[in-house]
Design a protein around this ligand. Sequence first.
Ligand code: NAP
Length: 250
Amino acid sequence: MAENNKKVAVVTGGSRGIGRAIIMALAEPNLTVVFNHFDPPEDTAADETIEMASKKGCEIEGLRLDVSNHQAVQEFVNGVVERHGRIDILVNNAGITRDTLLLRMKEADWDAVLAVNLKSVFNCTQAAVRFMTKQRYGRIVNIASVVGAMGNAGQANYAASKAGIMGFTKSVAREVAGRNVTVNAVAPGFIETEMTAKLSDKVREAFLVQIPLGRAGQPEDVAQLVKFLVSEDASYITGQIIHLNGGMYM
Ligand code: NAP
């Protein structure tokens, strides 16, 4: 195992959107970041994330990994600890949508969303917690969604995966608190990324009228909250679902 005085953070789905913003908010010379992406195999967006964080003096690696693959995730996390000596921060951010009304939803739409959004959180958290509990230090932040609390027509699979993250977060927080490992979830509302760029103008408008602050959120809004939750100032916060949505859900 390598010796390392730097903190080590793993961020899933760091090639773009909220994951990239989280990496940029955390990036500093005293941190090593390992992130993953999956599709396409050679991704210029992942290369850009590496370039941007490197400019802030941060050591960073981007690896191709399907977070829904249990065995591959174990090997990935073991590899992080072998190369960098520890794992202090895990941000479970990778996620997908396969939106459609329940009666039209294919089994594959359900399975894919539950695997990438929820099983991945089990995979990565279980692998990381093995090391974090031994270290007696860890900060885990799971990216849920307002939809996990409110529900949303056309997103039964996505809402179920995000509601699952909320229950998982609270349960694991109780299991590992005695080892100084905190586990929280951030539930964003409508954030401008490639995920929401796919929505029609009609759906987008329908979201925007529900937001008292009158605007969509930016990936950086989520990133700043995650940065706080992994900081020393947040050491007494665990098992919480923190909503960040411009007032869309109170
Ligand atoms: P995004 O722009 O679509 O980015 C998703 C990220 O996840 C990409 O880096 C993607 O990498 C990665 N990813 C997808 N499938 C993967 C897999 N099987 N294995 C590994 N990585 C995978 O999405 P985003 O809007 O930033 O969303 C990030 C998180 O925030 C998600 O969990 C999402 O559900 C949540 N969220 C978003 C919003 C919003 O309004 N945008 C609101 C609430 C919650 P590849 O493309 O390389 O696979």
